[in-house]
Design a protein around this ligand. Structure first.
Ligand code: IPM
Ligand code: MG
Length: 356
């Protein structure tokens, strides 16, 4: 099979971690007889620096003409003072929209080898296997109007949280379909005691749930869900939630399983799937060669599974990650006090070896 990908390294640690993910994809392609075809394009701060646009037209075209997109991270403090549309993040939001990627799947799985890396006691976190299904194209991230106006000292800012029924319906179906292949549990997370958007959300999710009588549906307010996530992470199976709540809870889930650096994601539902680690650009450690590439590598595994239906290949990557972790490989974010950490490239190399 020809694996025709656009790679968007982006900013901060993005280029370092995607480089390792590409090496792993190459190793999988070699082992299973596929052919990797890559084109690298600019996004985020890297694109702003080059052409003053966080998502150049050329990048959009390349993504739309490939079979899947692998992204590193976007965001850089260099652009903190820029207006919204000239920030790196605007490029990420636009590519998600251009690709129609409304369903963001963020698995948070506990690796037994990492008992020492979670801040939680091993008996609490052992067995955690959560799939966060985050709505990605709606809510406050995209709602209009949005603005910041007025003179310093008396400025007023506005964002709009907005959801249409069909947007809730389609993401709910993704969550229920996934639950059918898992433990058949969906927890829908909202703030229906305060927000109209959430009351609509709960209403629609409940209606769609009737089409899935085998799935146990629960509802939880986001504040209480955040607490339960650290108290009883193993109770969770599929978590269905809107854009911003999903953003927050997925970082928290990363902390629960040991490090945000491990979390992968797939943004699907549109023409072309977009795969990116959940961690951001981490400007504080960029360029030091110490970032954890496993989130990017596991995102590449999701790419193989979701965009190419290459389940065996995806599993080979996931098993390789599991193996290097049980052999004691730890980047700085995972290393316990007594362990000496390895760098980004060395972690990538070990996964490549384990894939071969
Ligand atoms: C994420 C990130 C992005 C988001 C930022 C970089 C715009 O935090 O993918 O979780 O909020 O969606
Ligand atoms: Mg986030």
């Amino acid at each position: 099979m020809i694996l025709n990908l656009t790679v968007l390294p982006g900013d901060g640690i993005g280029p370092e971690v995607t480089e390792q993910a590409v090496q792993v994809l190459q190793a999988v392609a070699d082992r299973f007889g596929h052919q990797l075809q890559l084109q690298h394009k600019l996004i985020g701060g890297a694109a702003l620096t080059a052409v003053n646009d966080p998502l150049p037209e050329d990048t959009v075209k390349a993504c739309l003409s490939s079979s899947a997109v692998l992204l590193g991270a976007v965001g850089s403090p260099m652009f903190d003072k820029n207006p919204g549309h000239l920030r790196p993040e605007a490029g990420l939001l636009r590519i998600r929209r251009e690709l129609g990627a409304y369903a963001n799947l963020r698995p948070a799985v506990f690796f037994p080898a990492l008992e020492g890396s979670s801040p939680l006691r091993a008996e609490l976190v052992r067995g955690t296997d959560i799939m966060i299904v985050r709505e990605l194209l709606g809510g406050a991230y995209f709602g209009q109007p949005r603005s910041i106006e007025g003179d310093p000292g008396s400025r007023v800012a506005v964002n709009t949280m907005r959801y249409a029924e069909h947007e809730v319906e389609r993401i709910a179906r993704v969550a229920f379909d996934l639950a059918m292949k898992r433990k058949k549990k969906v927890l829908s997370v909202d703030k229906a005691n305060v927000l109209e958007c959430s009351r609509l959300w709960r209403d629609v999710v409940t209606r769609i749930g009737k089409d899935y009588p085998d799935v146990k549906l629960g509802h939880q307010y986001v504040d209480s869900a955040a607490m339960l996530l650290v108290q009883r992470p193993t109770d969770f199976d599929v978590v269905l939630t809107e854009n911003m709540f999903g953003d927050i809870l997925s970082d928290q889930a990363g902390g629960v399983v040991g490090s945000l650096g491990l979390l992968a994601s797939a943004s699907v539902g549109g023409k072309v799937g977009l795969y990116e680690p959940v961690h951001g650009s981490a400007p504080d450690i960029a360029g030091k060669g110490i970032a954890n590439p496993l989130g990017a590598i596991l995102s590449a595994a999701m790419l193989l599974r979701h965009s190419f239906s290459l389940g065996k290949e995806a599993a080979a990557v996931e098993q390789a990650v599991s193996r290097v972790l049980s052999q004691g490989a730890r980047t700085a974010d995972l290393a316990a006090k007594a362990q000496s950490p390895i760098g980004t490239a060395e972690m990538g190399r070990r996964v490549v070896e384990a894939v071969k």
